[in-house]
Write a protein that binds this ligand. Structure first.
Ligand code: CP
Length: 311
């Protein structure tokens, strides 16, 4: 049985298959209204979410299935062993999507589950976002994806890790423009570091201005993880991070007259990683990207359910 903890175990052809399915459903959604009829998916959340919750729930509904929101804090996951609760969940649903603080928790859920588990974002990986991003890039790029150049500007994190994995597998040029010695803290992953070091497609620079001129897509993400952003205990660390990261802000000066498209996985922190002017700039495809969460995940669900022999 396949799980989706990240995209490491999928081949490039398998990822292309998922994205082709997503595009097919997006083009003709009514053809797929019974694809997951009578199937239920549990959506387990340890952290806040807007897009992941809404896009999976709407997507399951539109595919004829049903999604059940399970809030960690108001469920008995807070009382019992994570493996027991996860195994139980997997007896009543055919898929689990989980957003957890720590990848180790996702691994426990996967080991206990009798049904496929999808990572809805943890501190190391955000595979559904990366699938969405490549679907969006394929829609907004003329010609072969191998000609596209994605420049990620900001901090190395779960999003940049997942972009590195998917771009390496699909042969898309990715430059991570992030500070030196950005050891990406808790999101550090040895395989991703190896990709950055050795992939012909993925590389790292310190100065974003050195590569912006060559970018077809410029992408940014929050500098501070969601669980820390409004946490008063993290205020000093946040202030220091913001000060250090200001040279990486996506703003008019940074982009100049580049004809690159602007991407952001949301939620947006106005005045931090991006200015509101750039969010609304004609080059911004941020809301097309956000809309694609649902379409990309429909493609993933179709592929995953078929892989598991569930449809
Ligand atoms: N991009 C993303 O995962 O959005 P949410 O945190 O709102 O789910």
């Amino acid at each position: 049985m396949r799980h989706i903890p990240n995209l490491k175990d999928l081949t490039g052809d398998e990822i292309r298959d998922v994205l082709e399915r997503a595009a097919k459903i997006k083009a003709n959604p009514s053809d797929y209204g019974a694809l997951l009829a009578n199937k239920s998916m549990a959506m387990l959340f340890q952290k806040t979410s807007t897009r992941t919750r809404v896009s999976f729930e709407a997507g399951m509904t539109e595919l004829g299935g049903h999604a059940i929101y399970v809030d960690w804090m108001t469920s008995n996951f807070v009382l019992s062993g994570i493996e027991y609760e996860a195994e139980y969940l997997s007896t009543n649903v055919s898929c689990i999507m989980a957003r957890v603080m720590h990848h180790s928790d996702l691994q426990k859920i996967m080991s206990a589950s009798r049904v496929p588990v999808i990572n809805g974002c943890d501190e190391k990986f955000h595979p559904c976002q990366a699938l969405t991003d490549l679907l969006t890039i394929s829609e907004h790029h003329d010609g072969d994806l191998s000609d596209a150049h994605l420049v990620y500007v900001g901090v190395q994190n779960n999003v940049s890790n997942s972009l590195a994995i998917i771009c390496d597998k699909l042969g898309v040029n990715l430059t991570l423009a992030t500070p030196e010695n950005d050891d990406n803290g808790e999101s550090m992953d040895a395989d991703v570091q190896e990709i950055i070091k050795s992939s012909a497609r993925v590389n790292h620079v310190i100065d974003p201005k050195a590569v912006i001129g060559d970018a077809s897509f410029v992408y940014t993400d929050t500098w501070v993880d969601m669980q820390y952003f409004n946490n008063p205990n993290f205020a000093d660390e946040k202030e220091a991070k913001v000060k250090a990261m200001m040279p990486y802000q996506i703003n008019r000066e940074m982009l100049g007259d580049s004809d690159c498209k602007i991407m952001h996985d949301m939620p947006i922190h106005d005045g931090y990683e991006i200015t509101s002017e750039m969010v609304k700039d004609p080059r911004s495809i941020i809301f097309f990207q956000a809309e694609n969460r649902m379409h990309a995940q429909k493609g993933l669900l179709w592929w995953l359910y078929e892989e598991a022999g569930l449809i």
